[in-house]
Design a protein around this ligand. Structure first.
Ligand code: KIV
Length: 243
């Protein structure tokens, strides 16, 4: 699984063998320049969901429910999950374990599949004391079991010890999708900006498959040089009455 935030990337990745897209609220930092995911709103998520869905990808499109779009009440959660589904999300993802049991159960009851997200839950970084590895094994297992019982079809496990992610994967019947939680899960998810080398920070648990930031800088430098030295536009780039 990979995060995807816009039409052109959804078109390119849509041709790949990736199984699932996540319109992640990490778009707040990666696309909108926010300091965290707490500034991301339902309007942002709807805007980016529409862009991804317009590419008609064959992949499952999971959309993050942003901060405070599900916490206040079951009614608010169901309403906002419904909005994302009606914009083309195949499923929604929300953060938390035991404490979101009712939210998950209600959203699923009214027809929208839910992916859980436990471990490091970035929307709670203030109360977690930062973006830390979550180590409380018994709480993580209780959270995973609660989510399974509430009806999630899959669980993202973020930034926990690999051995704990393995235990959770063995205990639950739904697929676990990991990020920074080791190899013993059913699947992996990465942020596309990290994979392409476009992010501001490169987390230790991601892998840069391309250094796109450097490639972009070099391409733009070549363009600027070509314009300044008269090499662009070339004859093939414009029409002239004489040709
Ligand atoms: O928003 C996001 O990118 C995520 C992934 C880290 C799983 O939730």
């Amino acid at each position: 699984m990979l995060t995807v935030y816009d039409y052109s990337m959804a078109k390119i990745l849509g041709e790949s063998e990736i199984d699932g897209f996540l319109v992640g609220d990490s778009l707040g930092m990666n696309v909108l320049g926010f300091p965290s995911t707490l500034q991301v709103t339902m309007d942002h998520m709807v805007h980016h969901t529409r862009a991804v869905v317009r590419a008609s990808p064959r992949q499952l499109v999971v959309v993050d429910m942003p901060f405070m779009s599900y916490e206040p009440s079951n009614e608010v959660a169901v309403k906002n999950a419904g909005i994302l589904a009606s914009e083309g999300a195949d499923a929604v993802k929300l953060e938390g374990g035991v404490e979101v049991y009712d939210r998950v159960a209600n959203i699923v009851k009214f027809g929208v599949p839910v992916m859980g997200h436990i471990g490091l839950t970035p929307q709670r970084y203030l109360t977690l004391g930062g973006y830390r590895t979550v180590k409380d094994e018994s709480k993580l297992i209780s959270d995973a079991l609660a989510l399974e019982e509430a009806g999630v079809f899959s669980i993202v496990i973020e930034n926990v010890y690999a051995e704990i992610a393995r235990k959770i994967t063995e205990r639950v019947s739904v697929p676990t999708i990991c990020i920074g939680a080791g190899p013993y899960c059913d699947g992996q998810v990465l942020v596309i900006h990290d994979l392409l080398g476009m992010g501001d920070i490169q987390p230790y648990f991601s892998r840069k498959y391309l250094d796109l930031k450097t490639e972009i800088r070099e391409a733009v430098k070549r363009y600027v040089d070509d314009v300044r030295t008269g090499k662009f536009p070339g004859k093939e780039n414009y029409k002239s009455r004489e040709s």
